[in-house]
Design a protein around this ligand. Structure first.
Ligand code: GLU
Length: 439
């Protein structure tokens, strides 16, 4: 073996490390195994268990052993198309659906087969840009502003496309957003759709958190740009089944050529998604009253947590926009910049490293989401609590009742503690007090 084997690596991946979410989670797990008290707010994994009927369906399908069709099991594709119809009134058929081993892999395949730039409003999920780099596609980032709750505007998109009007592009819109928890209003989506139609770009609408809109009011942009929107959805977030690895793209009927190209690439790489998982996912997408109840409870817990954690952060002098969905907050420690600089913290990377060292709280720096290093932003995934117990406790609470602090103190206390640690830590550092020491 040569001493510098990495010279044999594809230049696109040379020097590349594991994704920020995955490596952070593995690092925190190692610290935990070593006996450290850590708060795992790095990986965005649903805190809630997979609903009983879906687990039962998986159990019943355990003996299914055949390879499945590359585009997915027909009844599952039908269930996914009807789910979009029921929720958004967007009419699609099974033939428009491509099932894959997580939407992450489908996003990779899309970029592989489509020859165009990747446009991502930032902050954006950690893996969009690295995937484009692996393939060798050009990435164009479109920075958004905290004052606009980190949402891209139709004008900004129009300005970018107008610079080179004929250029093929995939634009990714992700809402409710990972990493901010923010979402778009219908009028904003209509405007974005108008721009998309004018420039005829492929709009990849990453709606994996759609069913975790805190008020259950998610609106798909496919309603307004049906001919050019690919809707991305899966069972990882709203169905708590991230580790099952199943996602889907729903294409406009006029984009079968793109689906077919992705299916060809899929057939030469992973062949098909695990048969038992696909069968179980039919139950998830078909839904029913049990799913409505599960989602209502999940949303109420997440909404109450988002409100409370944001309140505590703001009380500590940290800015943070209001989340409307998912389980993320994107705090900005900028207002404490001077005090933090005195403690040697000048970038979001420094901030997260020191926070982990001093308090055991693991969060991800804004740089992982495409923000500049000197901006003191970070992502909190508020998922480190026993979701099964919290869901169970919610069953006894009437729908009209507010979820108060007492509920959160009782069922989500590690999360409240972690944010209190962040608050106390910033106070200590900015007031030059002794540091907390946990690790
Ligand atoms: N989407 C989740 C996150 O942003 C986890 C899965 C992943 O990144 O692969 O944390």
């Amino acid at each position: 073996m040569r001493s510098t084997p990495d010279v044999h690596l594809n230049l696109n991946v040379r020097g590349m490390r594991r994704s920020a979410t995955v490596s952070n989670n593995e690092h925190l797990a190692t610290l935990e195994r070593e006996g450290h008290r850590v708060f795992r707010l790095g990986l965005g994994q649903s805190p809630f268990p997979v609903p009983g009927p879906v687990v039962e369906a998986l159990r019943a399908a355990a003996a299914c052993k055949d390879y499945m069709p590359v585009c997915g099991h027909e009844p599952l594709r039908e269930a996914i198309a009807s789910h979009l119809w029921r929720q958004q009134g967007v009419e699609r058929s099974a033939a428009d659906v491509l099932v894959g081993p997580g939407t992450k892999e489908l996003m990779f395949l899309l970029q592989l087969v489509y020859y165009g730039d990747l446009v991502i409003p930032t902050p954006a999920w950690v893996s969009y840009a690295p995937q484009a780099r692996i393939i060798g596609r050009r990435v164009v980032t479109l920075p958004t502003r905290a004052e606009n709750d980190w949402r891209v505007t139709a004008e900004e998109l129009d300005g970018l496309c107008a610079e080179d009007p004929g250029r093929p592009r995939i634009v990714i819109l992700n809402y409710p957003s990972n990493p901010t928890g923010g979402t778009y209003r219908s009028d904003e989506l209509r405007e974005i759709a108008r721009v998309a139609r004018r420039h005829r770009f492929v709009l990849l609408s990453d709606e994996i958190y759609g069913d975790l809109h805190h008020r259950g009011q998610h609106v798909s942009v496919a309603r307004y740009y049906p001919e050019g929107t690919i809707v991305s959805n899966g069972i990882s977030k709203w169905c708590g089944a991230g580790g099952w690895r199943l996602g889907a793209f729903i294409f406009p009927p006029g984009m079968r050529w793109l689906l077919e190209a992705m299916a060809a690439a899929a057939s030469e790489t992973y062949t098909s998604v695990a048969a038992p998982i696909q069968r179980a996912a039919i139950t998830a997408f078909a839904g029913g009253l049990w799913l409505e109840d599960y989602l209502t409870r999940s949303r109420r817990i997440l909404a109450a947590l988002g409100r409370e954690l944001r309140r505590r952060l703001r009380e500590a002098g940290v800015e943070c926009s209001r989340p409307s969905g998912a389980f993320y907050l994107f705090p900005d420690f900028g207002p404490l910049r001077d005090g933090l600089a005195g403690a040697g913290i000048a970038s979001s990377g420094d901030l997260c490293r020191r926070l982990l060292e001093d308090t055991g709280v693991g969060i991800l720096p804004g740089t992982d989401f495409g923000r500049p290093p000197e901006e003191l932003t970070a992502r909190i995934a508020y998922v480190d609590f026993d979701g099964a117990k919290a869901l169970e406790a919610m069953a006894g609470i009437p729908r009209s009742a507010q979820i108060g602090r007492a509920f959160l103190e009782e069922h989500c206390s590690p999360l409240l503690e972690s944010v209190d640690r962040i608050a106390e830590w910033t106070f200590c550092l900015t007031h030059a007090k002794a540091r907390l020491h946990v690790l």
